[in-house]
Ligand binder design. Structure first.
Ligand code: SF4
Length: 313
């Protein structure tokens, strides 16, 4: 993994999109390309026009490299002081502040310190790396102002598939253990199941297992999402699984590359998550994030018959 450094302009930025999702009003990002290298990552599609890629001679869609900005905490500290109307900040929204290249510069901790040293800010941590637990001592000092979340994208029995799809992130077991430890230390937690891939994490039994796990960890809400069908994410995920001999899972991903099949998968997924939330938790704490685009007209009507817990974007 080659790491590039690139100085960005933003510190703490407003995010209407994540506000609509109910996640945060502000965002902090510590780079442009995350070294966790998840095959389905949509950040490349979002940031592809950033001039850094052209100047570095890289494609935003390729993996094998990371772009990080070690100077981010200075701008975050500046903005944390300067902004008057303070609210929730998500760390991060397009990359990961505990990815291997971010860890090299201790960016997760430094950004947390910069934000939390100012009053009235709250932070939502979202990561796929168990290294966040090294900062639990800091989070503990501000425990009423920090929500800890690790993306849990499968049950442990599918951990080896996740190792292929999310090659440089912590294992599913390590992520689950980290959420458990956060809860045991009295930290605030939330659930994040994103994306729930077909044949990897979407069976009713797997969803039940994930929901029960989150409830045991005292989560305040559970966010869930289907995989984004745009860009090259699905084909890269299919190819990676196929290359390692996971034919069933690869075929399931191939299947949802057809628009109507993707729409059907979303309908099934929403129903399964709703059923599980009603049985094991509380439907009012469910946040299934869903864009209507990509769904068929009939499926939108079908979902709207009972869209409890669905956040339409
Ligand atoms: S952890 Fe998130 S930002 Fe990083 S590669 Fe995976 S999906 Fe993309």
């Amino acid at each position: 993994m080659k790491t590039y450094e690139w100085e960005l302009k933003n510190g703490i930025s407003r995010t209407k999109e994540f506000e609509k999702k109910g996640l945060a009003q502000f965002a902090v990002n510590i780079g442009l390309k995350c070294g966790h290298a998840c095959t389905y990552c949509s950040t490349g599609a979002m940031l592809r026009v950033h001039h850094a890629f052209k100047e570095l001679g890289l494609s935003a869609f390729d993996n094998g490299y990371a772009i990080v900005d070690p100077t981010t905490p200075q701008r975050v500290a500046r903005d944390a002081r300067k902004i008057r109307k303070r609210a929730m900040v998500q760390l991060c929204t397009t990359v990961d502040a505990w990815s291997p290249e971010a860890q090299e510069h201790d960016l997760g901790r430094k950004c947390l310190e910069a934000i939390l040293s100012e009053l009235d800010w709250t932070v939502r941590i979202l990561t796929k790396n168990a290294a966040v637990k090294n900062d639990f001592d800091l989070i503990e000092k501000h425990s009423d102002r920090v929500l800890v979340g690790l993306s849990i994208t499968a049950t442990p029995d599918k951990s080896n598939r996740i190792k292929i799809i999310e090659p440089n992130a912590s294992s599913i077991e390590e992520r689950m253990e980290t959420v458990r430890q956060a809860h045991e230390r009295g930290l605030r937690t939330y659930g994040m199941f994103c994306p729930i891939l077909p044949s990897v994490a979407d069976s009713p039994a797997q969803i039940d297992e994930l929901v029960k796990f989150a409830v045991d960890c005292g989560v305040e809400e559970i966010f869930a999402e289907a995989v984004n069908p745009r860009g090259r994410g699905l084909i890269l995920t299919e190819q990676a699984l196929e290359a390692e001999g996971y034919r069933v899972e690869a075929a399931a991903i191939k299947n949802i590359r057809i628009r109507q099949n993707w729409s059907d998968y979303v309908v099934r997924l929403i129903k399964n998550v709703q059923r599980s939330m009603r049985k094991y938790y509380d439907i009012s704490k469910m946040r299934f994030l869903q864009y209507p685009s990509g769904l068929s007209e009939e499926d939108i009507i079908e979902i709207k018959k009972d869209d409890a817990g669905v956040v339409w974007l």
